[in-house]
Design a protein around this ligand. Structure first.
Ligand code: HEC
Length: 127
């Protein structure tokens, strides 16, 4: 084999892997929202009740019944899947202090804040 042929044999899989990773990255950002941006949205709109760390202990939530959800706790997030996260944040939780954000927040910000909440430790652990 000549040197040139050997190089291209190695180059093909490398290029393929790069192309697939890039495509995967694009699909991920479209579908899942951006957790880093979501953290800013969270701090500005949600932390007052749900706490800076997402543990449900924000100053605005202390006196509430029910208490703001603790996003860091698998037990606290029990039964809250992706569909319910969307519904609760978009429409709110009737009869609670959790208001809907559809009117005050862009769809992109809602996706980003959801992406952030799912990184806090409680999401998806208990069905
Ligand atoms: C005024 C206080 C307050 C603010 C601000 C607030 N929440 Fe809540 N949130 C609550 C309370 C109280 C609950 C508990 C509702 C319940 O138990 O049904 C809750 C529950 C939730 C839940 C769980 C809902 C479910 O299906 O059980 C999610 C998710 C949530 N909040 C997200 C957010 C996000 C995201 C923001 C910011 C964009 C936000 N909250 C801002 C008070 C607040």
């Amino acid at each position: 084999m000549t040197r040139g042929v050997r190089m291209s044999v190695y180059a093909i899989p490398v290029v393929l892997v790069m192309a697939f990773s890039f495509a995967f990255f694009i699909v991920q950002t479209w579908a899942a929202g951006d957790a880093a941006k979501g953290e800013k949205v969270y701090k500005a709109n949600c932390a007052v009740c749900h706490g800076d760390k997402g543990d449900g202990k924000g100053p605005g939530g202390a006196a509430l019944t029910p208490k703001p959800t603790d996003f860091t706790s698998p037990a606290g997030m029990k039964g809250i899947d992706d569909t319910r996260l969307h519904k609760s944040i978009i429409e709110g939780r009737p009869g609670t202090a959790m208001i809907g954000f559809a009117k005050t927040m862009s769809a992109g910000d809602i996706e980003d804040v959801i992406a952030y909440i799912t990184t806090l430790g409680g999401f998806g652990k208990v069905k």
